[in-house]
Design a protein around this ligand. Structure first.
Ligand code: GBH
Length: 479
């Protein structure tokens, strides 16, 4: 692997990412109310080990130290999310000044250290009240299946935009709406844990609408220099064989994973095959024709989150056990796709049992270069969990993660060479943190967190990445 060191454009932004519920803790401080993840993590059996985000990395109190860490590592950008229930408890009505001040102080500290903030408005922590109490009664519950939630999101976007628009340039509305819709309301492995395929599709549409209404609200309050995007987790989905059945399975999952978002966002329409594939589940009458123009809002950039590819085949026995990465779930996250079987892609496995295959990242960057011509791309998340442990000297050596990062940055470089306009890369994650349904059992950080003492220990991958950020070239990978 010690061929010519690959170099990246000088203005390439080297960053790291986190999300509010995964790191902040302080769940009940300064007027914050519960989000759907507080409720879900308190529901027995939903999160491994009964873990919650109550304390997490205690970032709410240690943010200065964490910014110093980023500065020491030479990061040029930091992607974080705002906790909706910290800023607008219950998701309706006036903002809590203290909540906004927390993010303002964080942003100022970043800027003072020369680190450009990228702010995500929604990384899955919906105020519980919006899930529980909902006005129209036209769906079986509240939350994202309910149209009103998209309007509540736009109000919240305006609040944060007004408060921080003078200092934050890069804004993203949603993180991975696929997960919110299909893991939250379909398979039920994420909050709020509902398992209703029709609700999942309604949620997907109302998340799209929230993005569009949120983007309009932001444009009305942000200065012209602001840049506005969304982070998707498109699936690099491949057919197991070249058979017609497997290629059709690929098409079907591509519609449910990718085109359900990119269709309205980039073309102003849902794909016809998605509507027919899912006709047994819903008639899509919740989509109003005027919604599509709202969602089809010009993006200043598109964020791609990538971890691993998927391999599918068709013609499966719908009653056979599934292997789609949600083995403990009784319910599929893929509406009307019971005939699709998921297979383990080849490659070394991470601690999540996800295969290491960087080629999917190159493929996706080139695909979205073609589908969103002229729209700059960011890799807004990429990284891996491994079984990291401090050695006797207290250091954490993680050569697997260095190899993973090196391989995926090479995949980004390959896309750059082939013409993709990739402006930056955010390592997931800055810190070990609350890994959703897996609690604290999975460590994605470049920095190790001792949850007993809250001590942060940069892993060897953090030093490797710091060298890359400083030089714009990939350092050697030693095993
Ligand atoms: C991201 O989610 C999140 O944004 C972040 O908060 C999280 O900590 C991080 O990644 C690590 O998990 O074919 O059903 O098996 C990524 C979630 C992981 C969801 C891969 C889809 C495989 C799809 N995605 N998963 S499936």
């Amino acid at each position: 692997m010690s061929d010519a060191k690959l170099s990246f454009p000088p203005e390439f932004l080297w960053g790291a990412a986190t999300a509010a519920y995964q790191i902040e803790g302080a769940a009940q401080e300064d007027g914050r109310t519960p989000s759907i993840w507080d409720t879900f993590s308190r529901t027995p059996g939903k999160v491994l080990g009964g873990d919650t985000g109550d304390v997490a990395c205690d970032h709410y109190h240690r943010w200065r130290e964490d910014v110093r860490l980023m500065a020491d590592l030479g990061l040029r950008t930091y992607r974080f999310s705002v906790s909706w229930p910290r800023v607008q408890p219950t998701g309706r009505g006036p903002a809590v000044q203290r909540g906004l001040d927390f993010y303002r102080e964080l942003v100022d500290e970043l800027l003072e250290n020369g680190i450009e903030p990228m702010l995500t408005l929604y990384h899955w922590d919906l105020p519980q009240e919006l899930e529980t109490s909902f006005p129209s009664g036209d769906s079986a519950g509240g939350g994202w299946p309910e149209r009103d939630t998209a309007h509540r999101f736009a109000d919240y976007a305006r609040i944060v935009g007004e408060a921080l628009g003078d200092r934050v340039r890069m804004w993203t509305t949603l993180n991975e709406p696929w997960c919110s819709a299909f893991l939250g309301y379909g398979s039920g492995v994420h909050a709020p844990g509902r398992t209703d395929p029709a609700a999942a599709l309604r949620a997907a549409h109302h998340l799209n609408l929230a993005h569009g209404l949120g983007a309009q609200a932001l444009r009305s309050v942000l200065p012209a220099r602001a840049r506005l995007g969304i982070s998707l987790n498109p699936s690099a989905v491949r057919p197991l064989t070249d058979s017609a059945a497997d290629r059709d399975a690929q098409r079907r999952i591509d519609a449910l994973a990718n085109r359900v978002f990119s269709g309205p966002l980039l073309k102003g329409a849902y794909p016809g095959d998605l509507l027919t594939d899912t006709a047994s589940v819903t008639d899509w009458s919740f989509v109003r024709s005027e919604d599509l123009a709202v969602i089809h809002h010009p993006l200043d950039f598109l964020g791609i989150n990538y971890y691993a590819p998927a391999v599918v085949s068709g013609g499966a026995d719908p009653s056979a056990p599934r292997h789609d990465g949600h083995n403990s779930a009784d319910h599929s996250p893929w509406p009307a796709a019971d005939s699709v079987a998921f297979h383990r892609a080849p490659g070394e496995l991470t601690a999540m049992d996800w295969p290491v295959d960087p080629s999917g990242l190159t493929d996706l960057l080139l695909r979205y270069t073609a589908e969103a011509p002229g729209v700059p791309l960011f890799v807004t998340e990429n990284g891996a969990a491994f079984d990291d442990k401090p050695n006797a000297a207290g250091q954490v050596h993680d050569p697997d993660r260095i190899r993973y990062l090196d391989a995926h940055l090479r995949a980004v470089h390959k896309a750059l060479e082939a013409g993709a306009d990739v402006r930056g890369y955010f390592l997931w994650s800055l810190l070990d943190n609350f890994e959703w349904a897996y609690g604290y059992s999975k460590r994605f950080g470049a920095v190790y967190v001792d949850y007993e003492t809250q001590r942060r220990v940069p892993k060897s991958s953090a030093y490797w990445y710091a060298k890359a950020a400083a030089s714009g070239r990939l350092p050697d990978v030693e095993d």
